[in-house]
Ligand binder design. Structure first.
Ligand code: PSV
Ligand code: MN
Ligand code: MN
Length: 423
């Protein structure tokens, strides 16, 4: 399945007049509108290779038909999202869920579809069929050196796949931890993890980055070896300049001030990657922006400030959607998430930073709040639509997806029972 340019143009036609009218109105109000449209039109978020099939829980999984059963088909699905949104030109691969059988052919296919490979993801949280040692009691932190060596070797192999595909980074998320007090010696586990990461780090090409993800709980419920940004930051600092912390929105205890964490990490140039999702209770991996859009906006305020005021040379973070798709068609869900991310970004770009600084310096709390809320309450749908339009994307991607009947076309092509690899 591939969407052709003419199909999008035809669908945009009916919406064009009204869209242009709204754009004219908006440009009267905002003098920096062109810059904002430009920034949004250049923004892209990577799609993880495990997001294209039905997610689920340990209680069950409900398919929806037409799932991609090969990596090639997953790339095609991402190209559908990208054709409509023009904001998803990269894939983040998970090994071994999506091992490319022929790296050259996969790279060629991706290039042909206008996609490239963003961060690689390793997996030492599940045992694979042909594996010698079990990760039941951890991987990089394990008490047994054989297990640690196996997990290190796996991460090195993932880097090698990434080199062949043109990726430039590795994300390490560890399920390592303990379920019961006394099970694990915290300090030994930390030191083992650091030593293992050092070996992985030594295998990184000079132009690569290593992202260390943290998570306070799950799958271990008493302790996680890399539980918070402080631990991730310590490890990254001990490794060297190519190592960074990765923030996943769902990996915080309720009410954590994530925007503050983002600001602090960027002050030191240590924010390397970002995983988007939303949650009500914990790491629920809901679609971005469904629960706490104001929080997402405040986070983007820090990201925008951090990218514009950057003495510590924080790199542009590697952006990725990391949600679960239990009920919705994942392609629609991902399109909605992209819209939510870009909505928060555009609103943050509308903040009058100069006026905000003045209010902050005068300790004028009321004005500071008004500046933020004025930006947040602005309808930015037209900005997003114009950004897509300028890249030949769809004015209304979800409606276009439905008009083109994409899911049914995929079901016809792949059948009702095709299954994607992943969790
Ligand atoms: C598990 O919590 C997780 O969602 C992490 O956020 C990783 O990024 C992802 O799985 C893939 O390993
Ligand atoms: Mn994540
Ligand atoms: Mn997660």
């Amino acid at each position: 399945m591939q969407i052709h340019q003419e199909e999008i143009v035809a669908l945009n036609k009916d919406l064009l007049v009204e869209h242009k009218e709204k754009l004219t109105q908006l440009s009267r109000k905002h003098s920096n509108l062109e810059d904002i449209i430009d920034t949004i039109s250049n923004y892209n978020i990577a799609i993880p290779s495990w997001a294209l099939g039905a997610g689920g829980t340990r209680f069950g999984k409900f398919g929806f038909g037409g799932e991609p059963s090969t990596l090639e088909q997953k790339l095609e699905d991402i190209s559908v999202i990208n054709a409509l949104t023009k904001s998803a030109n990269a894939v983040s691969l998970h090994i071994p869920w999506d091992i490319p059988k022929n790296t050259n052919a996969i790279k060629e296919k991706a290039t042909h579809l206008g996609l490239h490979f963003d961060a690689m993801n390793s997996n030492t949280f599940q045992d694979q069929d042909n594996q010698e040692y079990s990760y039941k009691f951890g991987s990089l932190c394990h008490t047994d050196k054989n297990v640690r060596d196996q997990a290190v070797a796996h991460n090195k192999a993932v880097i090698d796949y990434g080199i062949a595909l043109g990726s430039k980074s590795l994300t390490v998320w560890l399920a390592d931890g303990s379920n019961f007090p006394g099970q694990l010696n915290f300090r030994r586990a930390f030191e083992n993890t650091l030593a293992s990461l050092k070996e992985i780090y030594a295998h990184l090409p000079a132009d690569w980055k290593l992202f260390i993800e943290y998570k306070p709980y799950e799958p271990n419920f008493y302790s996680m070896v890399i539980q918070d940004w402080g631990t991730s930051h310590m490890l990254a600092k001990d490794l060297g300049e190519q190592a960074y912390t990765l923030v996943d929105l769902g990996h915080h205890l309720p009410n954590t001030n994530i925007e503050h964490i983002v600001a602090t990490l960027m002050t030191r140039g240590m924010l390397g990657g970002f995983h988007f999702n939303d949650s009500k209770y914990g790491d629920d991996d809901l679609s971005v922006g469904v629960m706490k859009p104001y929080q997402l906006f405040l986070i983007f305020n820090e990201l925008v400030f951090g990218m514009e005021n950057n003495p510590a040379n924080n790199p542009i973070p590697a952006w990725m959607i990391d949600a679960s798709h239990n009920l919705k068609d994942p392609l629609e869900d991902l399109i909605q998430s992209i819209e939510a991310i870009e909505t928060a970004y555009a609103k943050a770009l509308l903040i009058d930073q100069k006026a905000l600084e003045e209010a902050q310096l005068k300790n004028d709390v009321v004005t500071a709040q008004r500046i933020l809320q004025d930006a947040f309450n602005t309808d930015v749908k037209t900005i997003l639509a114009e950004a897509r339009l300028r890249n030949d994307g769809a004015i209304d991607p979800i409606s276009a997806y439905r008009s083109l009947d994409v899911r049914n076309v995929l079901i016809k092509e792949r059948g009702m029972n095709s299954k994607a690899t992943g969790l």
